[in-house]
Every structure is written in C-alpha cells, then in structure tokens.
Design a binder for this molecule. Structure first.
Ligand code: ADP
Length: 450
C-alpha cells in the first residue's frame, strides 16, 4: 500500500498543478477556436483574411499544450509504474517467503496456496482503495480552489439577511464617488457627485473612456464605489439589499445580451418575476419601436432570435437594440439607465425613442449616456464627464452660453455636418459631380441626426 499511497499523493499534486498551469492556455485555445468558427466573427475573419493567422496561432497554442500534456503524462506514468513495480515486488517477496516456508515445512502446500490467494486478493482490494482515495485527494485540491473562490462572495451572501429592503425610487444621490477597477491602480472616477430625483431626465456625455459607463454601473447598484457614498432615498446603498435595489432599476448596456431564445423571452427577461403575458410584452415592444418588426417575423413573438436553430431568425444591430430597449421597458422600473441606447438606431428611431422616454410617465427617472450631442440637448440636465470628473453640469442652453467643454464638443460635432449642408446649397446644380451632394447628405442623415 505504501508506494501506492505515495504515488497517489504525488500524482494528484501533479494533476492539479498541470490543470492550473494550463487553464489560461486552454482558455486561449478555446477562444481561438470559437473566433475561427463563430458566426458573428466570420465576416471579419474573412474580410481581413484572418483564418490562416488565427489557425496558425491555434495550432501553436494547441501544440504547446500537447507537449506539456505529453511531459505530464510521462511523469505520471513513470511514478505510477514505479509504485506499481514496488507493490508487485512486495507481493513477489511475500510469495517467495511463502514458498520458502513450504520448503522448510512450516506451511503445507494447501496453506501456502490459501495464503498466496489471500495476499493477491488483499493487494487488489488495497489497490482499489488507493485508486478511490486518489480521486478524492485530487478532487479535494480542486475543491479547495473552488472554496477559496466562493469565499469571496461569501461576505455578500452572509450579510444579505442584515440588509434593508429598498423602497421604490425617489432620489438617488452619489456623493464624491471615486472608482478604481479591481487589480488596476487608475482612478476612473474622481469625486463625482450626481443627484437623480424622481422625474429627472439626465444625460451623461463625454469622450470615450471618460467614465460614463462606470458611473452608470455604480448608479445602477452593479458596482460598489471605491470611495464616496451612493444613497437611495437618503439611505446608504451598501446597507441595502442589492437585489431589491436592482428591482427598481432597468438598465440597457451598450453590450446588451442577445438571447438565442424566442423574441418573447428576449423581452420578458426584463422582469422574470412577471408573467410574460402577450399584452405586456407587446406594449414594451411598441414603446421600443420593435413591435412591427417582431410581428413580421415568421413566427412573430415566438420566433427564436438566432440562426443557431433551424427555424431561428437573426436581426440587424438596430433591431436588436430595439429588442434590448423593449426588455428595459418591460421591467417597468421607476429608474431607467440607458447606456448609448441609440447608437445603432436610425435617425427616426432615435427621435421616437426619446419621445417614448418622455412619455414613460410622471415620476419616471431616466439617465442616459450618449456621445451624440444632438440627442442630449433636450435633457433636463446634462453632466459632462471628462477624465473621470464632472467638469460641467446644466441645461443645454446654459452650457452653450458658458462656452466650456460642452459647447466646444457640441460645436465640433455640429460643424462636422455643417459643410455637407453648405455643399447642398453651394453645389446644388453641379451635375458633373460623381455623386450628387444631396444624395450624400441624405445618406448621412439616415445614419444619424448629429
Ligand atoms: P466610457 O463609458 O465613458 O467610454 P468607461 O466607464 O467604460 O468609459 O471606462 C472608463 C475607464 O475605465 C476607461 O479608461 C477604461 O479603460 C476603464 N475600464 C472600463 N472597464 C474596465 C474594467 N472592467 N477593468 C478595468 N478598467 C476598465
């Protein structure tokens, strides 16, 4: 048993160390395989002719993994072989001793036969016990890992019973909130203060990377701030049950999920506690301007929104965005947070969306993130984020008058379109141009209003 137990311990550790060492490599290998064969990736992989480069990378990673696997299996086999040989030697010695005992007349042949048989049976049983023990020991190492990982969320789960329920939304206030993403040391939000009161329609603008999405996540209760406080109706949010808070908030992120499920579910997932009644689903879809598009699908609201299934149907990016919006509307929450909700919508749809947001009803609060200035000018309040800080705040007219960052960015965007308008007037009769200027302008207008 001794060599078996020893070998089991050593090989268990080897197995665990191998699995840990290879996890990143296997993740990369699986990712490369998915990228090479994925439907969404296919267009870009073909357009840039990436198949060969990605394929070569996949083979390199896979070969490196196979090399390590071979070395690991060789070591494992050697250890198990050595321990098997040691056990066999021990068994052989016992048989020799028994034979010697028969030779000197201390055992009869029948007794010796019984003893050898018993020794063999015992060896088999011990081997089986060692085998099972090895499985347990091996699993324990992985379970320790799992336990350490699960321990990280243990605190939140344990404290949940002590947390307060969140009453319906009245006012949400972030005070001097700062945020640093885990395992990084850069402050992406610095002392940001925002107040969202019932009925407000607040826009968050700023360049890419200025911290808009991060702030939206903090206000939605999805990220705890690193410093500062967020209060829900005057009560610190971290003393409240996060699930209860989320129930009062509907969020649409830029990278919303496209569920490979029927259109109905894609909308009704906005509130899984609510019955996915056709009237409710349809009302949400209408608000988001998605009803006609869904109704025209082969199986209407029951059409699976993915080509991964035979009867499935895929949507355009703009149509998907409407479905994601419908999901938020289905939630019927008092606080709606929209991160770039109109990025993939055409001009008419974007206009309709903001009309719909206005019509959502009294008391509904909307925070929307956008970097299209033309769509935010109607907001009750505009917050301009720059480098993680709120640098300006106010109504469009005030901010324009102030002549600061907002005014500069607004004019910059407006001027990008102005020359086109001028060209229509100036070069209207220029029939010699390869593309009529008015056609160019209307094509741009169809892409977006700003
Ligand atoms: P915006 O929405 O204004 O484009 P974000 O809030 O998404 O900006 O990002 C702000 C900064 O935080 C960026 O510099 C970005 O690189 C960084 N960041 C965003 N998400 C993460 C993350 N999960 N981990 C680390 N850094 C992040």
């Amino acid at each position: 048993a001794a060599p078996g137990v020893l070998a089991a311990r050593v090989t268990s550790r080897l197995e665990f160390a191998f699995a840990v060492a290879q996890s990143s490599r296997l993740r990369l290998r699986d990712y490369l395989a998915r990228t090479l064969s994925g439907r969404d990736e296919a267009k870009e992989v073909r357009a840039y002719e990436l198949a060969e480069a990605l394929g070569a990378r996949y083979r390199r990673v896979n070969l490196a993994f196979l090399d390590d696997l071979r070395a690991y299996l060789r070591r494992r086999s050697l250890i198990l072989g050595a321990s098997g040989a040691a056990s066999a030697l021990a068994l052989a010695i016992s048989v020799v001793v028994v034979v010697l005992f028969v030779g000197v007349g201390r055992l009869t042949v029948a007794e010796a036969g019984g003893a050898v048989l018993a020794a063999r049976l015992l060896a088999q049983q011990v081997g089986a016990v060692i085998g099972s023990t090895q499985v347990v020991v091996e699993s324990t190492l992985f379970l320790d890992d799992l336990e350490a990982f699960a321990g990280r969320v243990g605190r939140e789960t344990l404290a949940a019973s002590a947390l307060r329920a969140a009453p319906s939304f009245e006012v949400l206030e972030a005070r001097e909130v700062s945020y640093t993403y885990p395992e990084t040391d850069r402050l992406v939000l610095k002392d940001v203060s925002v107040r969202l009161a019932s009925g407000d329609m607040v826009a968050l603008v700023g360049e890419n990377g200025s911290g808009k999405t991060t702030l939206a996540k903090i206000l939605a209760g999805l990220l705890p701030p690193s410093a500062g406080s967020v209060e829900w109706n005057g009560v610190a949010m971290d003393t409240m049950d996060p699930t209860a808070i989320r129930r009062h908030v509907a969020v649409v992120f830029q990278d919303y999920v496209r569920y490979w499920l029927p259109a109905r579910d894609n909308i009704a997932f906005g509130d899984p506690r609510k019955d996915a009644h056709q009237d409710l689903v349809e009302a949400a879809a209408r608000r988001a301007g998605a009803h006609h598009m869904i109704a025209a699908l082969p199986e209407g609201y029951d059409t699976v929104l993915s080509k991964a299934f035979a009867a499935g149907h895929d949507l355009s990016v703009g149509q998907w965005q409407r479905v994601a919006l419908a999901r938020a509307f289905f939630r019927d929450a008092p606080l709606v947070i929209l991160d770039e909700p109109a990025a993939a919508l055409d001009a008419r749809a974007e206009h309709a969306l903001f009309e719909a947001l206005r019509d959502l009803g009294e008391g509904r609060t909307v925070l929307f993130v956008s970097h299209r200035f033309a769509t935010v000018r109607d907001a009750d309040r505009i917050l301009v984020l720059h480098d993680g800080q709120v640098v300006e705040e106010g109504r469009h007219e005030d901010l324009m008058q102030r002549g600061g960052r907002y005014a500069e960015l607004y004019r910059l965007q407006a001027s990008a379109y102005a020359p086109d308008d001028e060209r229509v007037v100036d070069a209207g009769g220029d029939t010699g141009s390869p593309q009529s200027p008015s056609a160019a302008t209307s094509a741009r207008a169809a892409e977006g209003p700003s």
